[in-house]
Design a protein around this ligand. Structure first.
Ligand code: TGC
Ligand code: FAD
Length: 390
């Protein structure tokens, strides 16, 4: 099945510009040609398809909204969202690589770096010459990164970095890592750590059943000498790291729609082809209920993200609004994947179809960038004014 349909039940295309539609079409065609034919093999062998890096850069997936002067694509937030949607229609792991590169590596360098750092790193990240990763989570501090133990000390002409990070996307092959660590005063800062610095290693995490086509690893810092010019100077504190997450979470809210659409398309097509009891299974009310609920949820998610994109383009979106969209849309996608899998019967568990892979991938997506529970508590805090984390 190599066709992609784009369900547009509420004529939402009328809300998009011609440029948006062109960007979506270009990305969709690229995914169809370059991801769909290979992704099952790479997921099965648990390997990131590195040959896709150049193409991802060419379609503007690395830094869609980073200004052109730094090699980014200079696009708006809806375009960024549509690119993430189409990539995740292919695979959440490939979208992860694009999310990390754009929102967790290029964004902090652009926003919190100095001009020298921007010039040095952004064009290479935009072109895919460098791949980056983002180290916030530690073995003992996931949902609660403010308690992190990674630390650096001022040694006069350099900083000495110690500690470790875990579950880091792209870590095994990234050239640069944005690492969040505490200074002597316990203040969190972002540091640009480069592969090759003595004492810095990135062991790969194996045995994942989810996001298998994305490379995940640890970042280990054993007395790593980091040049002072590698500290991001323009913002510190946990808020600096969390604001990068806002941008990535927004992209994930769109991406999850892509995964859900692919599951829905596949299930809809199968429901018309598969005959049981002398009729297509799509003629049974139980299967229609599944399909009708899928398209309803996809449509609601599309409206949520479109509106959020408009708010972001006008600098009006709050972090809590982003949390709501990430939580709702990933949950929507994981439920659709599960229903679609059942609609395909036994065929649904095979790699002949993309559904089981999406389903397993989404188990990571619902956990990373703030778990389903954490985002609910962010909404809870926003509406009650009462903080469940303190
Ligand atoms: P709290 O005291 O609430 O906040 C500390 C400071 O940060 C500010 N802030 C934010 N700023 C920008 N954007 C946000 N979303 C922000 N949320 C909070 C806040 O205003 C405060 O500023 P200031 O100036 O007063 O200091 O922090 P807390 O320690 O109580 O934690 C709050 C909580 C639980 C919401 C936060 O820690 C959290 O979001 N935890 C989840 C951790 C998480 O999402 N980790 C993700 C790791 S990266 C990843 O998963 C990448 S996967 C990539 C891929 O493959 O796609
Ligand atoms: P925990 O924080 O230990 O949570 C365990 C459970 O407890 C969850 O269900 C959680 O919702 C619940 N819980 C925690 N606190 C509360 C509370 N206050 N109230 C109620 N329930 C609570 N991190 C990075 O920094 N960079 C990356 O590139 C990155 N990539 C990742 C890739 C993959 C494939 C995966 C799976 C994770 C990745 N992560 C990355 C880590 C991810 O962000 C964390 O896994 C996530 O933040 C949750 O942390 P944890 O796994 O330690 O779970």
């Amino acid at each position: 099945p190599d066709l992609f349909e784009s369900p547009d039940y509420y004529q939402l295309d009328e809300l998009l510009s011609d440029e948006h539609k062109l960007i979506r079409k270009t990305t969709r065609e690229w995914v169809k040609r370059n991801i769909s034919p290979i992704i099952e093999t790479y997921a099965q062998k648990a390997e990131f398809p590195k040959q896709t890096i150049k193409g991802l850069a060419e379609i503007g997936a690395f830094g869609p909204y980073i200004p052109l002067e730094y090699g980014g694509a200079g696009l708006d937030q809806i375009s960024y969202g549509l690119i993430m949607q189409e990539i995740e229609r292919g695979d959440s792991g490939i979208r992860s690589t694009a999310s990390v590169q754009s929102s967790l590596v290029m964004y902090p360098i652009w926003k919190y770096g100095n001009e020298e750092q921007r010039q040095k790193y952004l064009p290479k990240l935009a072109s895919g010459e460098y791949i980056g990763c983002f180290g916030l989570t530690e073995p003992n501090h996931g949902s609660n990164p403010s308690e992190m133990k990674s630390n650096f000390n001022d040694k006069g002409d350099h900083y000495l970095l110690n500690g470790s990070k875990m579950w880091i996307s792209n870590a095994p092959f990234a050239q640069v890592a944005i690492v969040w660590a505490k200074n002597e005063n316990g203040r969190i800062h972002g540091l640009i750590v480069e592969r090759g610095m003595k004492g810095f290693t990135t062991p790969e995490t194996s045995n994942k059943w989810s996001l298998r086509a994305s490379a995940t690893g640890e970042l280990i810092f054993d007395n790593v000498k980091v040049p002072k010019e590698n500290l991001l100077p323009n913002k510190s504190g946990l808020g600096a790291a969390l604001s990068c997450l806002d941008s990535a979470r927004y992209g994930i809210a769109w991406g999850a729609i892509g995964a859900a659409m692919d599951c829905y398309d596949t299930a809809l097509r199968y429901s018309k082809e598969r005959i049981q009891f002398g009729k297509p299974i799509g003629q049974f009310q139980l299967q229609q209920k599944k399909l009708a609920e899928m398209i309803t949820e996809i449509t609601k998610a599309q409206l949520l993200t479109w509106r959020l994109g408009v708010l972001r383009d006008n600098d009006k979106a709050s972090s809590a609004q982003i949390s709501m969209a990430k939580r709702n849309n990933v949950n929507m996608a994981i439920n659709i994947a599960r229903e679609a899998r059942q609609l395909l019967g036994a065929m649904g568990i095979t790699g002949e179809y993309s559904i089981m892979r999406h389903s397993m991938n989404l188990e990571s997506v619902i956990t990373y960038e703030g778990t389903h529970d954490i985002h609910l508590l962010i909404t809870g805090m926003d509406i009650t004014g009462l903080n469940a984390f303190k």
